[in-house]
Structures are given as C-alpha cells and as structure tokens.
Write a protein that binds this ligand. Structure first.
Ligand code: FE2
Ligand code: FE2
Length: 263
C-alpha cells in the first residue's frame, strides 16, 4: 500500500509550488520597471519553485518516506523565504517606499497562502494533521477568506464598463464575507459547535457557494482568453484563482465523504 505521508506530501507540494511560482510572476508584473532588485528577487523565486515543482513530479507514491521527509524540509525553507519576501514587499508598499500595481491585500493574500503551505509541511513532517472536526473549521476559515479576496480582486481588475460582471463579482464578495463570518462564529463556539449535523450543514452550504464561484472563475477565464471582456486580469491569474477554488472544492468533497463515513 502506498504511504499516505508520501502521497499527501507530494499532492500538497505539486499544487502549492506551482501556486508559489505564479505568485512570483504576478508580483513581478506589478512592480515598477525601475525596481530591478525586486524584479530579480521575484525571478529567483520563480526558478526556485519551478525546480521544486519539477522535482516533485520526479517522485511517486512509492518514493522512500525519508527522502520525502527531507524534501518537505527543503521546500519548507523555500516557502519561508518567499513568505518573508512577500511581507517585505507589503511593508514597502504600505510605507509608500515603492509604487506599482500590486494591491496590498493581494500581497497579504499571497503571503497567507505561503503561510498555509508552510504550516501544512510542518504538520506533515511532525505527524500532527488536524483531526476531522478541527480540520473542517480551520480549512473553511482559511479558504473562505481566500475566496472572498478573489472576488474582490476580480471586481477591481475588471474594466469598470463591464457592469454586469463587476456586479456579479461584488455579489460573490458579499456572499463569501457572510460565509466567512459564519465560519468564524462556528470557530468561536468550538468545541460545542463541532456536532455532526452542524458540520454537515456547514460543509454543504459552503460547497454550494464555492461551486458557483468556481464556475464563475472558469467562465471569466474563458472570456478573458478569448478576448471577449475588458479587464486587466492576466489569463494566468484567472486560471490561478480557478485552480484554488477547485482545490478548496476537493477539500470540501473529502470532508463531506469523511463526515458521511463517520455517521
Ligand atoms: Fe494564489
Ligand atoms: Fe489566492
């Protein structure tokens, strides 16, 4: 039987290293062209995560767990560094030391994603993954905020003349803010809130909205690729946020499955 530790580690690294690689590119595109040092740093991170991504595909479910344990540590180091880079950039923007097109919330957002990846690698290597009731709440609190941010980014990067799409993005932003607050409420009511029926309903309700948002992102990506709408959203960014929604949906599906089994 394949080692679960190896399988889960590789899944996480394959998904998130591509995400980290793309963040480097998005940050670079948002820097002022005179900020060559920051551009070079972003380029360096792009290559680091490209290498990690390639290496993760050279391993398989049958790889030696010890090798994967060491690989996780190497990746963890790299993620720590890109997290620090993102926080540095956030500081430069908020202190008005640099000008560019990276929204502070976007930089904070990508640093939160790096932090999540870092924590996941630590959990894998220390064998301390959350138990199901805690995982359900923690993952939702994290990802609902990520989804709410995405809706806000899309809203602000669409051309203002795309009134219908802007309105849809704003509705998603509101919807996910509400879901996030519900999740935070459930979080503060822990552990009493961790009953089977409440967690079931929580996962079901979030799944419906995430599915809708994922479909909206998919459509947006197709429209942008076909040059049918006006925006300053790079096609890769549209695809990136679509993949993050799909990833969250897979997590929700696995919770649904696990909760049904536990019934
Ligand atoms: Fe991202
Ligand atoms: Fe994101």
């Amino acid at each position: 039987m394949a080692d679960q530790f190896v399988v889960r580690s590789l899944e996480e690294i394959r998904f998130w290293s591509r995400i980290m690689k793309e963040h480097s590119l998005f940050l670079k595109l948002g820097f002022n062209c005179d900020d060559t040092q920051l551009i070079n740093e972003a380029d360096r991170f792009y290559r680091v995560f490209e290498d990690i991504e390639n290496r993760s595909h050279s391993y398989s479910a049958d790889s030696d767990p010890q090798t994967i344990y060491e690989f996780n540590n190497i990746v963890h180091q790299a993620v720590c560094h890109i997290w620090a880079f993102k926080r540095k950039v956030l500081g430069l923007i908020l202190h008005c030391k640099i000008l560019g097109n990276n929204f502070p919330l976007l930089v904070d957002h990508v640093s939160r994603e790096a932090n999540y990846f870092m924590k996941r690698l630590e959990q894998l290597n220390t064998g301390t993954l959350d138990a199901l009731p805690d995982a359900v709440i923690n993952e939702n609190v994290f990802f609902l905020r990520i989804m709410a941010d995405h809706a806000k980014f899309i809203n602000h990067l669409l051309d203002p003349s795309e009134r219908k799409l802007v309105e849809q993005a704003r509705d998603f932003s509101h919807d996910f803010d509400q879901l996030l607050f519900q999740a935070i409420d459930l979080d503060s009511m822990r552990p009493q809130s961790q009953t089977q029926p409440l967690l079931d309903q929580f996962v079901d309700q979030n799944r419906v909205s995430v599915r809708q948002l994922r479909d909206f992102k998919k459509t947006a990506h197709e429209l942008i690729e076909a040059c049918r709408i006006k925006s300053i959203i790079p096609p890769l960014l549209a695809d990136h946020v679509f993949r993050e929604a799909s990833h969250f949906l897979e997590i929700l599906d696995s919770f649904d499955h696990a909760l049904t089994k536990a019934r």
